[in-house]
Write a protein that binds this ligand. Structure first.
Ligand SMILES: Nc1ncnc2c1ncn2[C@@H]1O[C@H](COP(=O)(O)OP(=O)(O)OP(=O)(O)O)[C@@H](O)[C@H]1O
Length: 320
């Protein structure tokens, strides 16, 4: 059953179309990923669904509620974890959670009990008395997630939940997200980490320049990539291997150069020796020719035409 339906959604900032006629739906209980490079329109889309930005046109229905006409009502069934935390620096962890719960009309006893429960569940019980500003980035992100689910929403929207934090905190947050799914919460997350999308999501929408270019389950995406054969050629020393001559000699293959590695793709298994000979005749000494299993990253590159490393960007912060 669909919990969220987005139809023909667009957003313009003056003449600039940030989101263009986007259609998708999210199934109840799934983790749905929105994957795209910088400026693709991920945050703008999430902001329109959560009522933080008004669509220029289109429809959004969440749990049967029209999000544009009944924003306040829709906000009661959703939780929001923005990329920049919206919690208060001078309140401690416990106070921040209780304050968020009060915004949803939860009674004092109920909100205090839930706040204590979440601090424990998120491993923040010792930090509960410290002001938010004294939290590490990872702890801040965890408390922001706890605040987003304190009212037990049907669906949780998370904008870049693992960006800018250390590896261990990112791992804990991935575990928290899968835990939410186990408890029946639907999760909608934006990310530019292909590995996170692969590990966490049931389905993924790829968004590029405001348009969705593909929506499929992770399994479908990976299956489609199995019909491709990839070999990475590494050379002794730096070398420019991909040129017009190479493409002319091997017209049935696709070539790409990445960090000095020549990547060759073909729809069938192919012999490596003719390529090695070709490179050596050009004076390039092949150090290694490695057959590579296609990954979600390869699928992304193929569908979008965007180099996967373009997704990883200045927002990185602590994560390496
Ligand atoms: N308030 C605004 N006014 C004008 N342009 C905007 C505004 N907000 C976003 N944009 C533009 O809309 C486009 C989409 O931005 P958005 O923040 O939705 O992208 P994103 O996919 O979330 O990118 P990132 O991963 O960098 O957060 C960008 O070109 C951005 O510059």
């Amino acid at each position: 059953m669909h919990i969220l339906e987005v139809t023909n959604l667009s957003k313009k900032y003056n003449d600039f179309a940030a989101v263009k006629h986007v259609d998708f739906s999210v199934e109840e209980g799934e983790i749905f990923g929105f994957l795209g490079p910088n400026g693709a329109g991920k945050t703008t889309t999430i902001n329109m669904i959560t009522g933080l930005a008004r669509p220029t046109s289109g429809f959004i229905t969440l749990a049967g509620i029209d999000c544009v006409k009944n924003t306040k009502l829709a906000q009661r069934v959703m939780g929001i974890v923005p990329d920049e935390s919206n919690l208060y620096d001078d309140m401690n962890g416990f106070e921040n959670l209780c304050f968020c719960a009060s915004l949803y009309g939860m009674r004092k006893m109920q909100r205090e009990e839930k706040a204590r429960e979440l601090l424990l569940e998120f491993g923040l019980e010792k930090a509960g008395n410290r002001p938010f500003k004294a939290f590490s980035k990872g702890m801040k992100r965890k408390l922001t997630i706890a605040a987003g689910i304190i009212h037990e929403p049907k669906i949780l929207f998370m904008d870049e939940p693992t960006t800018g934090i250390d590896v261990e905190s990112a791992k804990q947050i991935r575990e928290l997200i899968t835990g939410l799914k186990r408890c029946g919460t639907t999760v909608f997350l934006t990310t530019h980490y292909i590995e996170d999308a692969q590990r966490l999501c049931d389905r993924i929408a790829f968004i590029v320049e405001g348009q969705i270019v593909k929506i499929a389950s992770v399994n479908e995406l990976l299956e489609s990539s199995q019909a491709e054969y990839i070999v990475h050629f590494t050379f002794d020393g730096s070398a420019v291997a991909v040129d017009d001559e190479l493409k002319k000699c091997f017209p049935d293959y696709d070539f790409e150069e990445q960090d000095g590695i020549c990547i060759c793709r073909a729809p069938q298994p192919f012999p490596i020796l003719p390529l090695v000979r070709f490179f050596e005749e050009k004076g390039l000494s092949v150090y290694e020719a490695k057959s590579v299993h296609p990954s979600l990253e390869d699928v992304f590159v193929k569908i979008t035409g965007i180099e996967a490393k373009k997704l990883v960007k200045e927002k990185e912060g602590g994560r390496k």
